[in-house]
Design a protein around this ligand. Structure first.
Ligand SMILES: Nc1nc2c(ncn2[C@@H]2O[C@H](COP(=O)(O)OP(=O)(O)OP(=O)(O)O)[C@@H](O)[C@H]2O)c(=O)[nH]1
Ligand SMILES: [Mg+2]
Length: 346
C-alpha cells in the first residue's frame, strides 16, 4: 500500500496585458485600450472519502491550474484561469518542501510564505486548502504609462504562478497493527483474517510496504457487524528504531491503532528473546506505542515440537504474559485469537 507520494503543483500564470489602441477613422492611433490579463488559477488539495490510497499519485505527478487569458482590446480583461483541485484521501497530510518554497525564476523570487501553515492535515471529508496561488495578470496598456507619461505599445507580462513540491503522506488508520520480526508470519495472518492478498514468502522483508485488510463478517463470522481494519507492516529488527531494516519507516502507521498483535515465531531459536528485542525497539521509537495494548501470538505451532511450545509459553507466563498459540498457515488457534482481538477492541 502506497503511503507516500511526491507531487508538483503549479498554479496558473497571469495572462499578459494587452497593448491595443482604439481604431479611429482618419487618425493614426486612438487611445490605448488594452485590457489586463486574467488571473491564473489556484491549486487546492481537497480531502475525499472516495479515495483510500495515494496510489493514483504514483502515475500522475504534476497538477496544474489554468493560466489566465491575455487581456483584450476595448479594456476587456483576459479570462481567469480555472482552479485545479487535487483530491486526496481523508487522513492525508501534506507538506510543502522547504527547498522549493522559494522558486527563483529569472530575477523574480516567488515565495509561498503567505500560505501558512505549511503542513496541512486533511482529516475530514471536504477539507480544502490552497497550496499554490495563481498569479495576477499583467496590466493592459490602458493602465500603463512609460517614463514620458505615454501609453506604451505593449501590455505588461503576467506574473508566474506558484510552483511547489508537495509530499503527501497517508497514515493508515487501522485499529489493529501486526508486528514482529521478519518472517514471523504477519502477512500470512493478515491473509487469514481478511480478504487482503499480501505477498507471503519464506524470506525476511517480503513485505516492503504496509498492507491493510478489513476483517468483517465475511471472513470471520465472529466479527458480526464489526469491521476491523488491520495493518501488516514490514518486519522489525534490532535497531529498527534507529532506522535499521524497514520497519521504523512504517511504525508511524500503527501509532493510531488501538491494539498491537505481536507475532512470535515458535520455530525461532529464542522466541522470548526475540519478543523482548521488538519490545525494546518499540519503546525506543515511541513511549506511546510501547504503552499500547498488546496481544502476543506464538505462530507456526504446526512446525514446532510441543515441548518447545510449552517452554515458550512458560517463559511468557513467567512474565505474566498470556499468549495465544496459533498457526496462521493451518488456522489452528486463530478463532480464539480473533475473539481476543475483538474483546480488546471492546
Ligand atoms: N508452517 C507454517 N508456516 C508459516 C506460518 N505462518 C507463516 N508461515 C510461513 O512463513 C513464511 C513467512 O511468512 P510471511 O507471512 O511472509 O511472514 P512476514 O512476517 O509477513 O514476513 P516479512 O514480511 O518478511 O516481515 C512464509 O513462507 C509462510 O508461508 C505457520 O503458521 N505455519
Ligand atoms: Mg510480510
Amino acid at each position: 500500500m502506497i503511503d507516500f507520494a511526491k507531487i508538483i503543483v503549479r498554479a496558473g500564470d497571469g495572462g499578459s496585458g494587452s497593448g491595443s489602441f482604439e481604431h479611429i477613422k482618419g487618425k493614426r492611433r486612438g487611445k490605448a485600450n488594452g485590457g489586463d490579463g486574467g488571473r491564473g488559477g489556484n491549486v487546492y488539495l481537497e480531502a475525499t472519502n472516495d479515495l483510500s490510497t495515494l496510489e493514483p499519485f504514483r502515475f500522475v505527478k504534476e497538477y496544474r491550474a489554468e493560466n489566465g487569458g491575455s487581456g483584450l482590446s476595448k479594456k476587456r480583461k483576459g479570462a481567469e484561469g480555472a482552479d485545479y483541485t487535487v483530491r486526496v484521501p481523508v487522513g492525508t497530510q501534506a507538506k510543502i518542501l522547504d527547498d522549493r518554497s522559494n522558486i527563483i525564476n529569472g530575477n523574480k523570487t516567488f515565495t509561498i510564505q503567505n500560505l501558512e501553515p505549511k503542513d496541512y492535515d486533511l482529516a475530514e471529508h471536504g477539507h480544502k486548502v490552497l497550496v499554490a496561488r495563481g498569479a495576477e495578470g499583467g496590466r493592459g496598456n490602458c493602465h500603463l504609462r512609460d517614463e514620458y507619461g505615454r501609453r506604451p505599445f505593449k501590455g505588461e507580462a503576467g506574473g508566474q504562478g506558484e510552483v511547489c513540491d508537495l509530499v503527501l503522506e497517508l497514515k493508515l488508520i487501522a485499529q489493529v497493527g501486526l508486528i514482529g520480526l521478519p518472517n514471523a508470519g504477519k502477512s500470512t495472518l493478515l491473509s487469514k483474517l481478511t480478504s487482503a492478498k499480501p505477498k507471503i514468502a519464506d524470506y525476511p522483508f517480503t513485505t516492503l510496504e504496509p498492507n491493510i485488510g478489513v476483517m468483517d463478517r465475511k471472513q470471520r463470522p465472529e466479527a458480526r457487524d464489526q469491521r476491523v481494519i488491520i495493518a501488516d507492516i514490514p518486519g522489525l529488527i534490532e535497531g529498527a528504531s534507529e532506522g535499521k531494516g524497514l520497519g521504523d519507516l512504517f511504525l508511524r502507521h500503527i501509532e493510531r491503532t488501538r491494539v498491537l498483535v505481536h507475532l512470535v515465531d515458535a520455530t525461532g531459536s529464542d522466541a522470548f528473546g526475540n519478543y523482548q528485542t521488538i519490545r525494546q525497539e518499540l519503546k525506543a521509537y515511541s513511549k506511546e506505542l510501547a504503552k499500547k495494548r498488546e496481544i502476543v501470538a506464538v505462530n507456526k505451532i504446526d512446525l514446532a515440537e510441543s515441548q518447545v511450545i510449552g517452554r515458550i509459553k512458560g517463559e511468557f507466563s513467567g512474565k505474566r504474559k498470556k499468549v495465544y498459540l496459533i498457526s496462521a498457515e493451518t488456522g489452528e488457534g486463530v478463532d480464539e485469537l480473533v475473539r481476543g482481538i475483538l474483546k480488546s477492541l471492546g
